[in-house]
Write a protein that binds this ligand. Structure first.
Ligand SMILES: Cc1cc2nc3c(=O)[nH]c(=O)nc-3n(C[C@H](O)[C@H](O)[C@H](O)COP(=O)(O)O)c2cc1C
Length: 363
């Protein structure tokens, strides 16, 4: 079968994967305002343990990093108790799991935080458009305060502490979220980062904050358990990157020196860029890559078979198909994702997508 390569094991740093299917990080807003995942999140993740690797939904290292309603954290006791249940359930079901750690930066409404905390960004440049809040529906993003130069070390430390918590709880690794218009990506950008200090201006300066975060995480848990997600050219959340190609050539070349478990490259799906960003990353990075963004079984097979990627992350198809690898193996039809329940509380559209019936799974 053409997709056989998807069912072979691979190694990403310290992580041994049983197959090449990765569950992409997927914000589902099923936690509470204190960032504690729902009890049924355990079932949701365990249902998807056919994946060789599960990357959790983006998880904040502090209340300051929380922007959307009901997103989880990894910095309070109650959050950690629930994550431990999730990790144990995923391991019991036979998969690996890493925690995606983020800070939303300016993509926030403080009203969504269970605890009061400033909205911060590289500069005082609010995000365009609106953000959903449980209290008042869609509202304008809060105007951020610029992070002071001497606050950046503390932000890096928060990421490192969350990574420490993750490893102590039994996660197999962590993924630093440097994509999709959130804080690290805001530092990389030319339109949100207007700083005059050593974190703004030149490419070398704009990659400094993300690298300091990543280095702090590596120092805490070891590079072979650390992945980094980037999305070159992705204009999501109002990001602009002048000189995108030299920016990522320099950034990824720096990442390449760090012996990461993997680089996770998400190609833009909402907007188009001239450059093939997967090829751009491959040209600068010598370690294993995970790729994401609109892949199906055939294109995933091709990108692995040609040697570009070690594994492929599937987003919407893993939401709708808890047994995605089994369906691909059987060449069975896929369930369609229901966008209306992507971010709604409760089990509907979360734990209730059907798996193949027994007779459909017979060879
Ligand atoms: C509901 C939803 C939530 C998402 N949440 C995250 C997230 O928390 N972190 C992240 O890096 N990407 C997130 N993404 C992007 C996905 O990880 C993935 O890259 C994207 O959906 C493209 O892959 P696909 O075409 O296979 O769905 C999200 C996407 C969707 C649809």
């Amino acid at each position: 079968m053409a997709s056989d390569v998807l069912f072979t094991p691979t190694q990403l740093g310290a992580l041994k994967l049983k197959n090449r299917f990765v569950m992409a990080p997927l914000t589902r807003s099923r936690a509470n305002e204190m960032g504690v995942p729902a009890d049924f999140a355990t079932e949701y993740y365990a249902q998807r343990a056919g994946a060789g690797l599960i990357i959790t939904e983006a998880t904040q290292a502090s209340f300051q990093g929380m922007g959307y309603p009901r997103t989880p954290g990894l910095h309070t006791k109650a959050q950690m108790v629930r994550w431990k249940e999730i990790v144990d359930a995923v391991h019991g079901a036979g998969s690996k799991i890493v925690s995606q750690i983020w800070h939303v930066g300016r993509v926030a409404a403080a009203a969504n935080r269970g605890v009061k905390a400033d909205v911060v960004a590289p500069s005082v440049v609010p995000a365009p458009g609106q953000i959903y809040t449980d209290a008042s529906g869609f509202v304008a993003h809060d105007v951020p305060r610029a992070l002071a130069t001497d606050e950046i070390g503390a932000t890096a430390k928060e990421f490192a502490t969350a990574a420490r918590h993750a490893i102590d709880l039994g996660f197999d690794g962590v993924e630093v979220h440097s994509a999709n218009g959130y804080l690290l990506h805001q530092f990389l950008s030319t339109n949100v980062n207007k700083r005059a200090d050593r974190y703004g201006g030149s490419i070398e300066n704009r990659i400094r904050m993300p690298l300091e975060v990543i280095d702090a995480v590596i120092a805490e848990v070891g590079s072979n358990r650390v992945g980094v997600r980037v999305s070159p050219g992705h204009q999501f959340n109002g990001i602009e990157e002048d000189e995108m190609v030299p920016l990522y050539e320099k950034y990824i070349a720096e990442l390449d020196k760090r012996d990461l478990a993997y680089l996770h490259v998400m190609r833009p799906t909402a907007n188009t860029v001239e450059e093939d960003v997967v090829a751009l990353a491959r040209g600068c990075f010598s370690g294993p890559m995970i790729v994401a963004g609109g892949y199906d079984a055939d294109s995933a097979t091709a990108v692995i078979a040609e040697g570009t990627a070690a594994a492929v992350a599937f987003g919407k198809s893993f939401i709708a198909n808890p047994d995605l690898p089994e369906r691909v193996r059987r060449r069975a039809a896929l369930n369609a994702p229901d966008e209306a329940t992507f971010y709604t509380p409760g089990r509907a559209g979360y734990t209730d997508y059907p798996v193949l019936a027994a007779e459909e799974t017979r060879a």
